[in-house]
Design a protein around this ligand. Structure first.
Ligand SMILES: *Cc1c(COP(=O)(O)O)cnc(C)c1O
Length: 352
C-alpha cells in the first residue's frame, strides 16, 4: 500500500534528499568516509555550512547585514534565546499569542524582561489572527508565529509597525516567496519544512545584537556563534547536511515561486473539498487559513474515530489533530506530492 505522510513534524522530505542523505552516510562526497565520521572543522564540512548559508541568503534575498546560524535546542530553545539576547528590564517584548507555540514564547520571554501579549486569540480557540496590533511605546521587538502549526492559521502579510520583527517560521519557512527583509530575526526548527530534526536555523540582523547589558553564556550568545561561523562547538553535522540537501532541492525545483504554486494548489484543493463537504468543516477564518497545516473537523464528531480508522487503512499517516485541539490536521509541507492531497480528498468524499 502506498503511504501518504501528512505528519506535522518531523515530516515528509523529498525522496531524492533521503537517497542523497543515505548515500552520504556511507560515502560522503567521495571521501570514503561517512558524513557521520568526519570532523566538523574539515574543509568538507565547512563547505557544507557555507553553501547552506549562501542558499538561505539567496532564497531570502537578504544581504550581509544578516547572519545565518545553525543551532541546536529546537525552536523551543529560541523561545528563551531570543529574549535572552534581545530583551532586558529596560525594554519590552510584544508577543502575539495565537496558539500553543506563541504561548510558550510568552512564558519564556517573561523570564528575561517585561512582556506584553498584544494579541490573544484563545477566547476564539485561535481560529483567526488579530492583525490590527497596538504596541506599547517602549516595545523592543514584536514576536509573531508566522504559521500556527497546531491551530492552522498563517500570517499572509506581516505587521510593519516600525519596531523590530521576530518570526517563528518553523512550519512555513520557504513555503513561498516571503519578504524576509521585514524581519530582524527569524528562526525555524528544520524538521518541518527544511530538513531533519536536530538543527534550528536562526537568521539575525547583526544590528539587533549587543544592545542589552545581561551576561550571556557563550553557547547561548548569537554574537559568539556569529564569530565562530556556526562552529562554536560541534554542530549537528548530519542535520545541517540534510538541510543543505533540502535547500538545494528547493532551488533545483524552481525556488520559492514554484513552492508557492505547488503549495497553493494543494491547499486550495483540500480547503475546497472541506468547504464543499456536508460532513467536514474548517472553523478557521478563510483569510487566515494556513497553506501548510489544515485543521478541520467532522460535523458529527462521533464519526471522527471511524474516519481516522479509514485513513489508517488507506495509508494516510499523521492526520489526527493535535491532542489539545482534536479533529483532523493535514500537513502539506513543500515535499508533499499533490497526488497525496488528492488521494486524501477522494477518501473524504468517499467517506461522505
Ligand atoms: C514545531 C514547532 C515548534 C517547536 O519546535 P521544537 O524543534 O520541537 O522545539 C515551535 N514553533 C513552531 C511554529 C513549531 O511548528
Amino acid at each position: 500500500m502506498q503511504l501518504h505522510n501528512f505528519n506535522s513534524g518531523p515530516s515528509i522530505l523529498p525522496k531524492e534528499v533521503l537517497d542523497q542523505a543515505a548515500n552520504a552516510i556511507h560515502n560522503f562526497n567521495d571521501t570514503g568516509l561517512s558524513i557521520l565520521e568526519i570532523g566538523h572543522r574539515t574543509t568538507h564540512f565547512v563547505a557544507v555550512v557555507e553553501e547552506a548559508k549562501t542558499i538561505v541568503k539567496r532564497l531570502m534575498n537578504i544581504g550581509d547585514d544578516y547572519e545565518v546560524l545553525f543551532l541546536q535546542g529546537g525552536a523551543t530553545m529560541q523561545f528563551m534565546q531570543v529574549p535572552m539576547n534581545l530583551l532586558d528590564e529596560n525594554g519590552l517584548a510584544a508577543i502575539c499569542d495565537n496558539g500553543v507555540w506563541g504561548n510558550k514564547a510568552v512564558k519564556e520571554a517573561r523570564i528575561f524582561g517585561p512582556v506584553q501579549v498584544v494579541a490573544d486569540t484563545s477566547a476564539d480557540k485561535h481560529t483567526h489572527l488579530i492583525k490590527d496590533l497596538k504596541l506599547p511605546a517602549n516595545t523592543s521587538y514584536l514576536h509573531i508565529t508566522t504559521n500556527n502549526t497546531v491551530e492552522g492559521t498563517q500570517w499572509h502579510s506581516y505587521p510593519q509597525l516600525g519596531v523590530p520583527l521576530v518570526g517563528d517560521m518553523s512550519s512555513d519557512i520557504f513555503c513561498r516567496p516571503t519578504p524576509f527583509h521585514q524581519f530582524d530575526l527569524i528562526y525555524a526548527g528544520a524538521q518541518k519544512n527544511m530538513g531533519a530534526a536536530g538543527v534550528t536555523m536562526v537568521v539575525v540582523k547583526k544590528s539587533m545584537l549587543g544592545k542589552i547589558s545581561r551576561k550571556i553564556p557563550a553557547i547561548l550568545d548569537y554574537q559568539k556563534h556569529i564569530e565562530a561561523g556556526s562552529l562554536l562547538n560541534t554542530p549537528p553535522v548530519f542535520a545541517i547536511y540534510v538541510s543543505l540537501l533540502t535547500l538545494r532541492w528547493i532551488e533545483k525545483e524552481g525556488g520559492l515561486a514554484e513552492m508557492e504554486k505547488r503549495n497553493l494548489a494543494k491547499a486550495n484543493l483540500l480547503y475546497n473539498t472541506i468547504d464543499a463537504s456536508e460532513h467536514f468543516y474548517c472553523p478557521i477564518k478563510k483569510e487566515d487559513r494556513s497553506i501548510m497545516n489544515a485543521v478541520f473537523f467532522l460535523k458529527d464528531e462521533t464519526k471522527e474515530a471511524r474516519f481516522l480508522e479509514i485513513c489508517k487503512q488507506n495509508g494516510m499517516i499523521g492526520v489526527k489533530g493535535y491532542r489539545t485541539v482534536g479533529g483532523i490536521r493535514v500537513s502539506m509541507y513543500n515535499a508533499m506530492p499533490h497526488d497525496s492531497v488528492k488521494a486524501f480528498c477522494e477518501l473524504m468524499n468517499d467517506f461522505s
